[in-house]
Design a protein. Sequence first.
Length: 256
Amino acid sequence: MKKHVLMAMGLVALAVCSGSAFAQSRDCRASRELLDLGNPLEIARAAVADEHELRIVAMGSSSTQGYGTTNPQFAYPAQLKMKLEAAMPGVAIHVTNKGIGGQDAEEMTARMKADVKPERAQLVVWQVGTNSAIRRTPIDQFANRLRAGIDIGKSLGANFVLMNLQYVPAVVALRDEEDYARVMADVAKEKGAGLFRRFEIMRAWYNDGMPYSQFVTSDGLHLNDFGQKCIGKLLSSAIIDTIVPKKLTGAPNTSR
């Protein structure tokens, strides 16, 4: 009941929270700790250093597809490409958007090989979890689908970064959304994959005073232009910090 009340309050906030009172919250931000992918992404790093290219497949559902944006170029995969190109001049960046709205982990795992293999991806960013949580997929089944999907992609020679759930009213209203985020972290560690902690990043925005209306559409579920562009920016920063040699950016390499 409490979460349903919170969701209703969040949806009201989407309609009424705007204007100069929240001007200070326009920053796209995340702590250094939250941008730590937790994996060196050695295949992607070698591709950049040795081959001067990086081929990425963005696997996911509506968040990847770009639902909620006013322009496809605002979707996080397009933003990711632009940011990586700017950071790595001379490196050929390919980002293929394989988002299909409404799909869950099972459906994406079923098409993992067909969507990743032709692109010869060195890195797969797999946005997943929200639809599985909304559909009440049993946690153990969800975890097994993640393992299977990662195994398929890694067998094709790609590093993986899991992108977890979005922190939005429709997800916060679920009784166990944090369990899905926790399982994703556990599977990522178990399978040697990176984890982009979208859920925690967006929760930090909200807890710091950023209203839902700034980053969520009026449906209470999908990211708007700001949300998508910011996620693309932060993901690119996390990847760059992990894999980019100093000589490509002229800046100190801050990866571990």
